[in-house]
Design a protein around this ligand. Structure first.
Ligand code: SAM
Length: 263
């Protein structure tokens, strides 16, 4: 068990990290929670400029964390940035009721009154204006739901770290064509399917006027799901990117269903 003192950022709330079970009762950090803390801190660092921008633009900016799970990310962003600013809200959307109940309890005990949790599917969530969308390891097609959520809520910033992706690999099983050697074997089909999905996600966001950066999220020692798609909206649409999206999806013969109809 490592001493956590050197792993925490200045001002990070120790009681919060204990309530989230990232730190043990004694303030220690085991290997799993250290990994989680590192991932969330890394994302917090990458997303800080977007939060600063939103705080500059709006009196009460809103960040929505989708597929929130235990809401590590939402809580840590609130603790690091929104508490210090004294304004802005965080909304966690999560399908599992028991995780929502625990998060609400932690928020109440921490005195965090500008963080709230919505139970349900990302696809059905309507939460009013949102400036920043995050989705960390939202499973399979939940990342596509997060992209559509960002469009519905006109979010300026979107930060996605996709999780496992199976839908497109399943589609590819029955696709024949000049490139089908690329997905002949199961393991390669899964990898190619995930790669194609993320390429199409980036193009889809570009088609809707976002500037997109795709980078490594954090070292592989922390997570196997290591691609980060960061998007900032700067125009309403981009016809060139839309044409590229459609060309690639048509030429390969598969695409994420939720993104199939690029409006
Ligand atoms: C792998 S966990 C990641 C949790 C958290 N973002 C993290 O990184 O610690 C994915 C979470 O997304 C939730 N989820 C999956 N699909 C969802 C959907 N369509 N709508 C809402 N939540 C969803 C699951 O219940 C689960 O808690």
């Amino acid at each position: 068990m490592k001493n956590a003192a050197t792993e925490l950022w200045p001002g990070q709330s120790v009681p919060l990290l204990k309530a989230l079970h990232i730190l043990t009762h004694n303030g220690g950090l085991n290997a799993d929670s250290r990994r989680k803390l590192k991932q969330v801190q890394h994302l917090a660092q990458l997303i800080k400029p977007a939060i600063d921008d939103a705080l500059k633009e709006k009196e009460q900016p809103v960040l929505a964390d989708l597929g929130a799970g235990k809401s590590y990310l939402g809580f840590i962003l609130y603790d690091l940035y929104f508490t210090t600013a004294g304004r802005g809200r965080v909304i966690g959307v999560e399908a599992r009721a028991e995780l929502i109940a625990t998060a609400q309890k932690i928020a109440a005990e921490s005195g965090f009154d500008r963080i709230q949790f919505v139970e349900g599917r990302i696809a059905d969530a309507e939460v009013g204006a949102v400036d920043i969308v995050t989705a960390l390891h939202a499973c399979d097609t939940a990342t596509d739901e997060a992209i559509l959520f960002a469009l519905r809520h006109e979010a300026k910033f979107v930060a996605l770290v996709p999780c496992c992706q199976a839908e497109v690999a399943r589609e590819l099983e029955s696709v024949k064509g000049p490139l089908d050697q690329l997905w002949r074997h199961g393991i390669q089909r899964r990898e190619f399917g995930a790669q194609l999905t993320n390429v199409l996600r980036g193009l889809f966001l570009e088609a809707h006027g976002y500037k997109v950066r795709v980078t490594e999220f954090t070292g592989f020692e922390h997570t196997q799901k290591n691609e980060m798609i960061f998007a900032e909206r700067h125009q309403r649409s981009n016809l060139r990117a839309r044409a590229e999206f459609e060309k690639l999806a048509t030429e390969i013969g598969a695409s994420p269903k939720l993104l199939a109809f690029s409006p």
